[in-house]
Unconditional design. Sequence first.
Length: 312
Amino acid sequence: MIPEFSKFIKLIETDSNFKLDLFTGLLESNPRGVVITDPYANIIFTNSNYLKLVGLSKDQVIGKNCRVFKSGYTKPEVYDDLWRTLRRDKLPFTAEFINKNGNNLYNEKSLIYPILNSDGQIQYLVGVKEDITSYKKEENELIEKARLANFDQLTELPNRVLLEDRIKTTLLNSKRHDERLSGLFFMDLDEFKIINDTYGHGFGDSLLKGVAKRLNLISRESDTVARFGGDEFVMFFPELENINILEGIAKKIINSINEPYNISGESLNIGISIGITYSNGNETYEDFIKRADFAMYDAKNIGKNNFFLIKQ
């Protein structure tokens, strides 16, 4: 509990003749927004910092229900947890909300105390509010920077930076723990340049996104599908019980990629060449990826739209 509220909340709970007006000075001096409601969230008191937060005057707030500040962007389960914690468990609740003041959205961190009467029923709800909009903006900017650094903007797949990090981590762990096997596909679309030059880059981008989606549908949750660059994709399998499953997965990928793509009123097919290899961790990332790349060129040399396996 916030220290300056300990005495205040204890008095509300124990003094049947409690007068809220006597504590206006304490609540006004608090650097956070403070709101007190009845058991149904109808507002009966606020301090000036809360009014700044919601962008309204006291006359516009008193008597209103707190639901008027709901923006629709906070997940419904947050409110379910709030009322369950307050009404059933009779415990304080803390969470972050996306609320609105007029047409403006703001991020709010709330700590809400249920104040019980002598019968153990909620008499008041005391909310302590903090505006964290600036903090959330900075946090979201950092998340976006990390996304741009690690994910391909077109397909939203992991890029080669994130792929390299995951493969290196797996190789290191495999070397330390019984040389566990991992598998790698290096894939290149056949004749993509001709399609791109014929139909345009926008068409080619749509095709790449379609290929990425199909590869994702085939991969397992533990696998990584990455765009390596241009029309090259990589699928990494960090845990392999048996290398024999790799050829079956490759056949499934070829069958899926060969299905027609309908883009901008055009229907076309494309092939894919897949280089396959595996590792027990006793090598570098560079050697692992290079061997898969060589295998992909071998697949193209035997007729394209095919796969080729090079053993470690």
